[in-house]
Ligand binder design. Structure first.
Ligand code: F6P
Length: 327
């Protein structure tokens, strides 16, 4: 096996708070272990556009607290093509990079698998996405911060909802995952939560809202996960309003504010542990894997397993608890 001398690090897909803390951990661990490090701007697209920069320990000073990613991110259509990837591989070779660490979501994992299969250089992917939808880690980098951002927003919405006896539909991100919706919904005391993993009929929701009204609630918050089955918060609000006019109805789409902000302590430590683990896995000779926390331990999972396993993380007991707490 070829000894690794130069490591490339990049972020890809939707940015997530804590990506910078992870870049910092990768760069400093690699330097500590005697490797040269280079960053790639704009993820897989940057490999094609040849945007590589040398990095040292000072390149990552004072970034542990920053949201976003100093290396920028992208969703690259060019990298999906064979021609695009050929250019990327040529550029990586010319840079003398002999191993990579990619931080991102499932698209990053898929790209990583292609690099390792087609180009034959080792790559470790670190789960970085607010969605918490990846196999191989109990938590993804950015999820905890996004949850806290959503809770802060729900608390504020609750103040105004209570003042006006209003019904709010708050749409949260998560793509096909209801992790943010469920956790932030419970923490924010939501009266109902619509999840992608569990179909909810509008009539069932109306029944829940009627019970809330009968129980003299002066405000109601429904959390709508963006991937649920009724077409999003505006549609749900419209259909509820048609049959139920007890409250004045409002919609809030939280959108990309969920992706920004300074990472929580949890995300900074998670990102640091996983960045460190990614470099250690490469040094141990692992060639294509993701690293994640399972319980208290950082563990590696082959990318093929991570990409082909069920990422369903919905805790049925939590769903039941959310319902019980809403009475
Ligand atoms: O994967 C992170 C995420 O924020 C999802 O929750 C959301 O569905 C998607 O990215 C939005 O992507 P974009 O920023 O490209 O619109």
């Amino acid at each position: 096996m070829k000894k690794i001398k130069k490591l490339g690090v990049f972020t890809s897909g939707g940015d997530a708070p804590g990506m910078n803390a992870c870049i910092r951990a990768v760069v400093r661990t690699a330097i500590y272990e005697g490797l040269e490090v280079c960053g790639v701007y704009h993820g897989y697209q940057g490999m094609i556009d040849n945007t590589f920069i040398p990095m040292n320990s000072r390149s990552v000073s004072s970034i542990i607290n920053l949201g976003g990613t100093i290396l920028k991110s992208a969703r690259s259509d060019d990298f999906r093509t064979k021609e695009g990837r050929e250019i990327a591989y040529k550029n990586i070779r010319e840079q003398g990079i002999d191993a990579l660490v990619g931080i991102g979501g499932d698209g990053t994992f898929r790209g990583g698998q292609l690099i390792s299969q087609e180009m034959g250089i080792p790559i470790i992917c670190v789960p970085g996405t607010i969605d918490n939808d990846l196999f191989g880690s109990d938590y993804t980098i950015g999820y905890d911060t996004a949850n806290n951002t959503v809770i802060e927003a729900i608390d504020k919405i609750r103040d105004t909802a209570m003042s006006h006896n209003r019904l709010f539909f708050v749409e949260v991100m998560g793509r096909d995952s209801g992790c943010i919706a469920l956790h932030a919904g419970i923490a924010g005391g939501a009266e109902a939560i619509l999840l992608p993993e569990k179909k909810t009929a509008i009539d069932e929701l109306i029944e829940t809202l009627e019970i809330a009204a009968k129980n003299n609630k002066t405000s109601t918050i429904v959390i709508v996960a963006e991937g649920e089955n009724n077409g999003g918060a505006y549609n749900v609000a419209k259909r509820v309003k048609e049959k139920f006019d007890y409250y004045d109805t409002k919609v809030s789409i939280l959108g990309h504010l969920q992706r920004g902000g300074s990472p929580s302590s949890f995300d900074r430590v998670l990102a640091t542990r996983l960045g460190y683990a990614a470099v250690q896995e490469l040094l141990k000779g692992n060639t294509q894997a993701t690293v994640g926390m399972r319980g208290q331990k950082a563990v590696a999972t082959p990318l093929s397993e991570a990409l082909n396993s069920n990422t369903f993380k919905l805790d049925k007991e939590l769903v039941k608890i959310a319902k019980v707490m809403a009475i």
